[in-house]
Design a protein around this ligand. Sequence first.
Ligand code: SP5
Ligand code: ZN
Length: 354
Amino acid sequence: MSLPVPVVWNEDCLRHEPAGEVWLGVRDPGTEVPARALVLRDALTAAGAPLTAAGRHDDTILRRVHHPALLGHLASVWEDWEAAGLPAGSGRDRVVPYVFPTPGLLAGLPPPIPPAVHGRAGLYCYDTMTLIGPGSWAAIRGAADAAQTAADLVSEGTPLAYALCRPPGHHATRGAYGGSCYLNNAAVAAEALRAAGAARVAVLDIDAHHGNGTQMIFWERADVWYGSLHVDPGAGWFPHYLGYAGERGAGPGAGFTRNLPLAPGTGDDGWLAALGALCDEASAFAPEAVVVSLGLDAAAGDPESPLQVTGAGYRAAGQRIAALGPAVFIQEGGYDLATLGALAVATLAGAASA
Ligand code: SP5
Ligand code: ZN
């Protein structure tokens, strides 16, 4: 029995080699590695899912999601870093910011754009663990293309599609990257569905971490609902500053954001109960299309989160979500190479059974 969900693939996803993450001042090996994409691709194709190549898209949708300055920065920062002699001169082999223009620094002044690339790096990045190297931009741009291709398939009538996006995207905001994310692939998919005629799009984010980027991109929007299940940021988990239950949207988007933070250790029962509540609310919104930020890091055994969801839990989640309507699944986090493939297969098999 073969998995009837097209898997959108872009070979360039393998060219992003962050070569670690600087966490609390130390460069650790990092868990967002190219092998993730290979494990996912191989498990899904072994389950019979057809691979579809990501098609190239122009910047129209990307520019609805992101500030042009972020797009320009990501496209050029590696070349600027190299031209400044940082890798050759002192072994600084990846772009890592060291000064951040926080409100406490600027006291209300607008930030200038520093001419030095090592100064500018912190203007568009909000942490130290999201590194950029020579192949990063090709992968980042290719992941957004994959998301848009999957959205195109669903807009054209395919009930379910999955984009194997790497790097992931849900932590990327309109104007800044972080959390191993550079461009917001899920927001790109949502905007592409809107542009193709879906009047209301629901984004369901089941990554173990709050999708702060997606939430804030649609914060004031009533046409794109955002709901997330994630480990409680108040219990000490990334992104720390967002993802609390009181965040509900603003202006025309007031009431169109819903966060359900979960206690560390939450397993299938608590996670699926919260997912049911989230899906009931999404259903009341009457979405014409759904985007799923599919993080597989809520699974027991994942090194980046304390949630304890099983493969059966992910299967049930896929089924519940797909009952909401045509759905574009966007790969987000998920770092346990030994179980990642089976978790993706379980989720999409559940969705296909809805
Ligand atoms: C897309 C996504 O899942 N991004 C997650 C970013 C959270 N990264 C937090 C990294 C904290 C350092 N990792 C410590 C691992 C200890 N086992
Ligand atoms: Zn995550």
